[in-house]
Design a protein around this ligand. Structure first.
Ligand code: NAD
Length: 361
């Protein structure tokens, strides 16, 4: 039986349209082989939307996204729009999209591909085989807690930010993390600072209580300072990590950079119900836009994440991830991951190599 999904495409700015073209071609080809039909609708976001409508997130874009099963986003932004007032900037459109879709969970994988071992700044024997997923809470914690601000006092100015988590917020991110760990190796490490922060003690208590519903997932806890140390000392010990907004912001970047190549990193942002947004970690790379130099693999891996975590099509996701490994095995490299003896290709040729790798043998 053919499954059908409505997918909103947001190519955005800079290299966005180039890498999106490759991802869509890959999805269509995989769809044919797995009886999945994609109903794609393209919409405007970021600079492209500002130029066409004056707004970085037109109402029509948000409603199209809300009515879809998943959103595949490329990248937004560029020099052209840098001097606009904040509410008119491309990034404001992205924040509006995240809040409009009530996305509270950010999933950032850091997988070391054997073919790109040398791209990491750590020793190969430390990073070989690393496969980590960081699940970060996205809408709570110290970035949003109140009171916040800089206040005048008799003793001078006082800066305040407040780290707040409600038990319901911890439970919902905890559920996403346990479910994610279940789809992986079944190990979840919760990161907090419960030795110092009361809010972290509540975090630890709730995650521990939740674990009784997931007897198949092995739960451990680490303090954030130790977690940062362990990530660079022995990253292979981690499978899935769950943590709050601030700690996750820092740890997900550190974990991602174990891989050493920004053009390879996908991400997913999920809500309680409704569509998730799947996008590469990198920006719109205006320095190489329109030159057929972009690496489309982070975008293609974002499409694989969409199939796995947004549309529950793990076999199709596996096939895309396998095709990425195949083209790397064959020596194809865009400029950002090029090394001696490999075959330098542009965005389009990498796309062709992927399509070839996806053909049934
Ligand atoms: P960037 O990620 O766009 O680029 C950083 C460097 O990495 C550049 O040298 C770029 O050429 C290279 N690079 C990035 N992606 C690549 C790819 N797929 N293939 C090959 N090389 C790649 O970050 P930046 O330069 O700081 O930001 C550029 C614009 O992107 C800014 O307007 C910024 O606001 C925006 N941005 C958007 C997002 C997003 O859409 N989520 C994220 C970060 C930055």
């Amino acid at each position: 039986m053919t499954k059908s999904f409505r997918v909103t495409l947001l190519p955005g700015d800079g290299i966005g349209p180039e890498i999106m073209t490759v991802a869509v071609a890959v999805l269509k080809q995989v769809g044919e082989q797995h009886n999945i039909q994609f109903d794609f609708t393209e919409a405007l976001l970021g600079g492209a939307a500002i130029d066409a409508t004056g707004s970085p997130l037109p109402a029509e874009t948000l409603s199209t996204c809300q009515a879809s099963d998943a959103v595949l986003l490329a990248s937004i932004g560029g020099y052209k729009w840098d001097d606009l007032p904040r509410e008119k900037r491309p990034e404001t459109g992205l924040l509006g999209l995240r809040s409009g879709l009530k996305l509270f969970a950010n999933l950032r994988p850091a997988t070391i591909l054997p073919q790109l071992l040398s791209a990491s700044s750590l020793k190969p024997e430390i990073v070989e085989g690393v496969d980590i997923m960081v699940v970060r809470e996205l809408t709570g914690g110290i970035y949003f807690g109140t009171p916040k601000g800089i206040f005048e006092t008799e003793d001078g100015q006082r800066g305040v930010s407040t780290m707040v988590y409600h038990s319901s917020e911890i439970d919902r991110i905890g559920k996403v993390a346990f479910e994610t760990a279940r789809k992986r190796k079944g190990q979840l490490c919760s990161v907090d600072k419960a030795n110092v922060l009361d809010v972290s003690q509540l975090w630890r208590d709730r995650i521990t209580a939740l674990s009784t519903h997931y007897p198949d997932v092995e739960l451990s806890h680490l303090y954030v300072d130790n977690a940062a140390m362990q990530l660079v000392r022995a990253p292979k010990q981690f499978d899935t990590i769950v943590t709050g907004n601030l700690f996750g912001d820092i740890l997900s970047d550190a974990a991602a950079m174990l891989t050493g190549s920004i053009g390879m990193l996908p991400s997913a942002s999920l809500g309680e119900s409704g569509p998730g947004v799947f996008e590469p970690v990198h920006g719109s790379a205006p320095d190489i836009a329109g030159q057929d130099k972009a690496n489309p693999l982070a975008q293609v891996l974002s499409a694989a994440m969409m199939l796995r975590y947004g549309l529950d099509q793990p076999k199709a996701a596996d096939q895309i991830e396998q095709a990425v490994l195949t083209v790397l095995d064959q020596g194809y490299r865009t400029g950002d991951i090029m090394s001696e003896g490999m075959k330098a290709v542009g965005c389009r040729e990498m796309g062709e190599a992927l399509k070839q790798a996806l053909r049934p043998k």
